[in-house]
Design a protein around this ligand. Sequence first.
Ligand code: FMN
Ligand code: COI
Length: 387
Amino acid sequence: MPGQPAQYQNEIYLHGLADQVPPFTTDATLVESVARERMAPGPFGYVSGGAGCGDTMRANRAAFGRWRIVPRMLTDATTRDVATTVLGTPMAAPVLLAPVGVQSIVHPDGELATARAAAALGVPMVLSTASSYPLEEVADANGAGQRWFQLYWPNEPEVCASLLHRAKLAGYSALVVTLDTWTLAWRPRDLDQAYLPFLRGTGVANAFTDPAFLAGLAKPPEEDQAMAVLRWVSMFTGQDKRWDQLPFLREHWDGPIVLKGIQHVDDARRAADAGMDGIVVSNHGGRQVDGAIGALEVLPEIVSAVGDRLTVLFDSGVRTGADLLKALALGASAVLLGRPYVYGLALAGEDGVRHAVRSLLAEFDLTLGLSGHRTPADLTPESLRHA
Ligand SMILES: Cc1cc2nc3c(=O)[nH]c(=O)nc-3n(C[C@H](O)[C@H](O)[C@H](O)COP(=O)(O)O)c2cc1C
Ligand SMILES: CC(C)CC(=O)C(=O)O
């Protein structure tokens, strides 16, 4: 298996001489403070910031703190197997790289580096609609790796159909439709720094290579870039979508469809009723509604309501191997990693993504074994206690 977590731990312990092996800390809860020192303020504020005063981001972390692992002894956990398959996609561990747009603001190689790292690690990447490189180039960089496409659902059906067609042709196997970001929240860090990547022309690569989008422009982007960017951004702004429009996506996408941003159990039921294949229980890493409930708080009730009808994935606030274990024990089939790999990208490009993810997976693998479990399937709510 590429990127064997336990092997990574051994590399570091046995040959490590710490300063030679890890390009930066192996502690994903600290990597943000390392990144703060090395990243430019605009991109750092954009990545690390959230909605309002950051209350939801704190709630995401606090929710993990309330669940405690209860380790079991003398079990068969010497060798672990963390590989799994989710919605037909094989993965070396129950982890995907979350869709994160505009990655070239943190490193010039952006999503290309992430795609190479994901392939080397054997985990799928979810490419954002707002990527800094066209989805076809990212697919080439990902090669034989696994990739899903995240859709910000444009309000022009031809553009939507065209993006889905391109994603399918380029080998993206599942579609993740993000519902929680039909406009950007009040984000004080970006407002204070007047920092918005799109208005600077980042995150438009899929637009400027899309025939349906280009056909709708009065002038090509080379002649009026500002107008083209505004048109692209306005295509995703406004809540004109409703549950009864989901069949449109089915007509244009024949693989699994996953709705991202589900936080209420009734919305999870509606997703199942609509025949969706999966959901991501997520509050967008606390970037949209300040004062929202911590994402992990709602996971158990959603799993018990719909877990037998669709695949439940999780993100928002996962920073450690223990966090990953807790989300899986509460019923997530896999977890999307967000900011930790983006800091890895910022600090050391492709190697940084690999290091950040391998560190977290090594920690997960050891925590899994030391708490008495051999595989993720051994985890149940009984592995935890709510404190
Ligand atoms: C800088 C940044 C950009 C993001 N861009 C997208 C995006 O384009 N599409 C999307 O669905 N989610 C996006 N997200 C949300 C992530 O997919 C994920 O839900 C979130 O990062 C999880 O929270 P965490 O980073 O605190 O773990 C973005 C998050 C960050 C930090
Ligand atoms: C709008 C996207 C490009 C990025 C996003 O989802 C975010 O900043 O949270």
